[in-house]
Structures are given as C-alpha cells and as structure tokens.
Unconditional design. Structure first.
Length: 272
C-alpha cells in the first residue's frame, strides 16, 4: 500500500510541520564546528517508503552501482511479496526499518494501545524475525502525519512519541522541513525533517536546491522517494531518469551519503 497520492499534503500537516520547524529553529544553539566523516561538508540519507517493487527493480541497482547504502522503510503489506529480495538488500548493507504493518494515514480513531500493538509492535516483530534484532530502530511516519488519536495537536504528537519511545525507536522521519541541523536533530530525533523532491512533479531542480542548501549549512539532508518507475505517473513517483539524475548530483557534492540510522548514530554521538 503506497502513500495516498494527493495533489498537496493537507493544510494540517503543513501547519504542523511548520510549527515543528519553528520549534526546532528556536532550539538551535551555537554548537561546535560541524564535522562529517571523511571531512565531508554535509550528510545525505536516501530513504524509500512503502517497500515497493520498483525500488528493488529500479532504485537498488543504481545505488549499488554508486556503492551507496540507503534506508528502506517497509510495510509488511507490501514487503512480504518479495521478502527474499528485501532480505538480500539488507544483507548487502542497506537499512530496513519500520513504516507500520499497513500504512494507516487516518489515525484519529486509534488509541495509543491499539496503534502500538497492531502497527508498531507487529512490524518490529516482523522485522526482527526476518532481518534480525540488531537493527537501527528508525521509523517513517506514514503520510508524514505526526498526531495519533484525538485531542489537541500537542496531545496527539506526545501520544505518538510515547508509542515510538516504548518500542525503542531512536529516530523518526516525517516528510517536510528543511535540512536537518545536527544540533537540532540530536535534541529532537523523533521529528527529523525530510524532503520529497518529486512529490508534485518529476523535475530535478527542487532536489538540487535542497541539496545545495544542505551543503551551504553543513547540515543533513534526508530525501524521500516512493515508486521509481520508467515514467512518472502521479504525485509521489519519480521517473528512473530523474531519480538517477538526483543521485548523480549528490555524487558531485562533497557529502557523506549513508543510511538514516547510521547518520543519526553519528549525529547523536557528535552533537548530543
């Protein structure tokens, strides 16, 4: 089950993520000079949502050609069809992580206990059984929605956070916001910003702007992809040509490209 293809994210999500970005900016502190592995000027994590066949067929070979590892946020509803291929991808050094069992986006009707049991606990168990327990326990919010259950915004955010913390999630990624300043990411790891460069079109320019801004800030970019297809069809997709051009641009930059869990581990040790 892929992310719902809407022309734009809901106004609620946009306002929520803007609020989080504002809160994160207010928490920034004058930290030490940013130093990334190998003397890189910034960090980049490539993430792929939903456990889609096109990622195995079209994205993974290009990543392998470049010698890069990425993070694949799986749902059991999709991944079980080609489990052996996902296991091989993980064995090759890529990160597989939790995107829930069924990718629910309408969360108002869930209690914390029901959501944790049905979607988070079960998916962590599925990942443990098939990929081993020694994984970086990272998470991607389905549809980028950060609130769980009913109530005010902060109540719903806090409820979701408690569920993730109880399952030992170390870092969670949404689908909005600018480059992650490492000081802020270390302080608030369950609200990492990310950018969907082809969500509303199949151009390369949005990704280039975002990546160049990341390098200028010495920050951490997290890119989000869904289907990677021969031709762009709808919001959320990326054509193979555009996806590969984005990777080519990253290869030209002086950046450290690594899975989200690996970068967060470095950020936590260096800036917390």
């Amino acid at each position: 089950m892929g992310s719902p293809h809407l022309s734009r994210r809901s106004l609620f999500t946009a306002l929520a993520c803007a609020a989080l970005a504002s809160e994160g900016h207010a928490r920034e502190i004058a930290g030490p000079t940013r130093e990334w592995p190998g003397g890189a000027k910034a960090a980049v994590s490539l993430t792929y949502d939903d456990g889609l066949n096109s990622q195995l067929d079209n994205a993974a070979p290009e990543l392998k050609r470049l010698g890069w590892k990425a993070t694949f946020f799986l749902t059991e509803a999709n991944a079980h069809w080609r489990l052996a291929d996902w296991e091989a991808l993980a064995h090759d050094g890529n990160e597989v992580a939790n995107h829930t069992m069924t990718h629910p986006c309408a969360l108002a009707g869930y209690s914390a206990g029901r959501f944790q049991t049905a979607e988070i606990d079960r998916m962590e168990g599925y990942l443990d059984d098939n990929f081993g327990p020694d994984r970086a326990r990272t998470y991607a919010y389905p549809c980028g929605y950060l609130g769980l259950g009913r109530g005010g915004r902060h109540e719903r955010y806090a409820r979701y956070r408690r569920v993730l913390e109880r399952d030992g999630v170390i870092a969670a990624r949404t689908t909005a916001g600018g480059p992650n300043r490492p000081e802020v990411a270390a302080a608030d790891p369950l609200h990492l910003h990310a950018f969907e460069p082809t969500y509303e079109g199949d151009g390369v320019a949005p990704a280039i702007r975002y990546l160049n801004e990341t390098v200028a800030q010495g920050a951490w970019a997290i890119l989000v992809f869904h289907d990677v297809l021969p031709q762009w069809r709808a919001d959320g997709d990326a054509s193979v040509a555009t996806h590969n051009k984005i990777l080519e641009h990253i290869a030209e930059l002086d950046v450290w490209c690594a899975p989200m869990g690996q970068v967060f581990d470095y950020v936590e040790r260096r800036w917390r």
